[in-house]
Design a protein around this ligand. Structure first.
Ligand code: MTE
Ligand code: MO
Length: 330
């Protein structure tokens, strides 16, 4: 992708201004790029609006990516500062405090790494990280991620649609759901001594949710490979769902015919359902879900911003839930 730079003002190349959906995204991206220039990254599409190249924000290896053209993949909100995105985390395998993952996840060994593909597929097997990294072109996508705790972030993720992998392993007609299993190794993960969740941490999606182009298999963020605390070496990012549907450090993807259990459902079935769609109209049993605090931007005492249906991705994903009672199937 190319943009022309003229004294810091960014123009789209006219030949790129099609199709319409991509154009709309690009306009929003340009607005975003302008506001994000201060934290932009060379080699990353987030950098293309920058007036002067800056060092990548972290210490991870660079991961090249092209700007995504998937509809809805580039939100216009200002990106969360890298520091906040990498020090305010939920990764219970390393402890339940927000600062625990950044302090303890250095013990996670992310290579060698394999992901097992099992169940209702014609091509099951064990896929090596290097194979997965090259399976499809890496794209940068600027997604909102909202946690059910009432905070949100905007992160320039790198990865490709999970559908790219799913298509290659050829689900059978019996595959109706996909279960995601994440690493559970006591030697690497001090949080596993706690019984706060059942280990390994598991998540699930309906096959059509898993196939949606916005469902991202992510390997990086902010122009680099994922930091350990954010789910290295690969994780899921499902932008219209609460953060807890986005499993980190995946080791197994299983195609099944029945709705699989998820760790949060098992831990608190009255609070966390299978679907976990962001729905500002349905309160969590213990608090409202109508608003959120943007990490790094909205101070503790600032007015919260309203939470959007499906986290703002309703135009892209609302159809997946047409006819469902979202109060009952929460
Ligand atoms: N394996 C694993 N994945 C996980 C979690 C976890 O505890 N373990 N927490 C989830 C929750 S509650 C959220 S909000 C997001 C947080 O992702 P982030 O720290 O990269 O922002 O990861 C999700 N994925
Ligand atoms: Mo969360």
């Amino acid at each position: 992708m190319h943009v022309l730079r003229d004294r810091g003002f960014v123009h789209p190349v006219s030949s790129e201004i099609t199709p319409r959906a991509a154009y709309l995204d690009r306009r929003r991206w340009l607005a975003w790029a302008g506001s994000a220039a201060a934290t932009a990254l060379p080699g990353s599409v987030a950098a293309q609006g920058a007036q002067s190249p800056q060092a990548r924000p972290g210490k991870g290896a660079a991961l090249a990516a092209a700007r995504s053209s998937v509809a809805g993949a580039l939100v216009m909100d200002k990106a969360t500062p890298y520091k906040d995105a990498t020090t305010y985390n939920n990764f219970y395998e390393f402890g339940t405090d927000k600062a625990d993952p950044s302090q303890h996840a250095h013990t996670l060994k992310t290579r060698p790494w394999t992901v097992a593909i099992e169940g209702e597929v014609k091509k099951p097997g064990t896929y090596d990280l290097d194979t997965l990294l090259k399976l499809a072109p890496q794209e940068e996508r600027i997604y909102r991620l909202r946690c059910v705790e009432g905070w949100s972030m905007v992160i320039p993720w790198i990865g490709y649609s999970l559908s790219e992998l799913i298509k290659r392993v050829e689900p059978t007609g019996n595959a109706k759901f996909v279960q995601f299993v994440t690493l559970a190794d006591r030697k690497q993960m001090p949080g596993l001594t706690s019984s706060v969740l059942d280990w390994p941490y598991v998540e699930g999606l309906r096959l059509d949710e898993a196939m949606h182009p916005l469902t991202l298999l992510s390997f990086g963020m902010y122009g680099e490979v994922l930091p350990n605390q954010n789910g290295a070496p690969l994780r899921l990012v499902v932008p219209w769902k609460y953060g807890f549907k986005s499993g980190k450090s995946l080791v197994k993807i299983r195609f099944v015919d029945k709705q699989p259990k998820t760790s949060w459902e098992l831990a608190a079935p009255s609070e966390y359902g299978f679907y976990s769609n962001v729905n500002p109209k349905v309160d969590h049993p213990r608090w409202s879900q109508a608003s959120e605090r943007r990490i790094g931007e909205d101070g503790l005492f600032a007015k919260k911003r309203p939470t959007l249906m499906f986290n703002g991705y309703e135009p892209q994903v609302g159809q997946l839930y047409a006819g469902m009672d979202l109060r009952r199937q929460f």
